[in-house]
Design a protein. Structure first.
Length: 163
């Protein structure tokens, strides 16, 4: 008899403080011109013409990341589950990734924090091997976002937890 087990799953959880109003951080997630300036890990970019955001519940949030070295394209597509300006973006990734979970939920919460914004992101469930990879990619993207927003400390009061 052969036994098989499902791969272990986990969730990425990241928090970052940005020296910017939460309306600006919200717009960074919902305005294609803003998303094009920061989304994706180091060595990747998202061309403006490869972004589609239908900013309503039930709409789509889609980007295609392009690797700088060889032009390899990595499309990502999400259904918008919740939008609460300027405090919440919730997306469901329903396209199946080989070896990954069938659906993941990305939740971005924005809380006023002094003169800035505390952004908390969770993304999962995903296979355990993908959690660290995703967390690293988000870390790099959020450093680009911090630079875009003029934040002094992209790591801020946040940190990351992976489980």
């Amino acid at each position: 008899m052969t036994e098989t087990t499902a791969p272990a799953h986990g969730t990425v959880r990241l928090s970052r403080h940005f020296d910017a109003p939460r309306e600006d951080v919200y717009r960074a997630w919902t305005d294609p011109a803003e998303v094009a300036q920061w989304y994706g890990p180091d060595g990747w970019h998202v061309p403006f013409e490869r972004i589609r955001i239908d900013g309503r519940v039930g709409g789509r949030w889609e980007v295609t990341m392009v690797r700088d070295t060889d032009g390899f394209e990595f499309p990502l597509g999400y259904e918008i589950l919740e939008l609460r300006e300027p405090s919440l973006v919730v997306l469901r990734h329903t396209e199946h990734d080989p070896g990954g979970a069938e659906a993941t939920i990305v939740r971005v919460e924005l809380i006023e924090d002094g003169d800035g914004t505390l952004m908390t992101l969770s993304d999962g469930p995903m296979i355990a091997d993908g959690v660290e990879h995703a967390a690293g990619g988000y870390d790099q993207a959020f450093q680009k976002l911090a630079a875009r927003l003029g934040s002094q400390d992209p790591q801020g009061a946040g940190g990351r937890s992976v489980r």
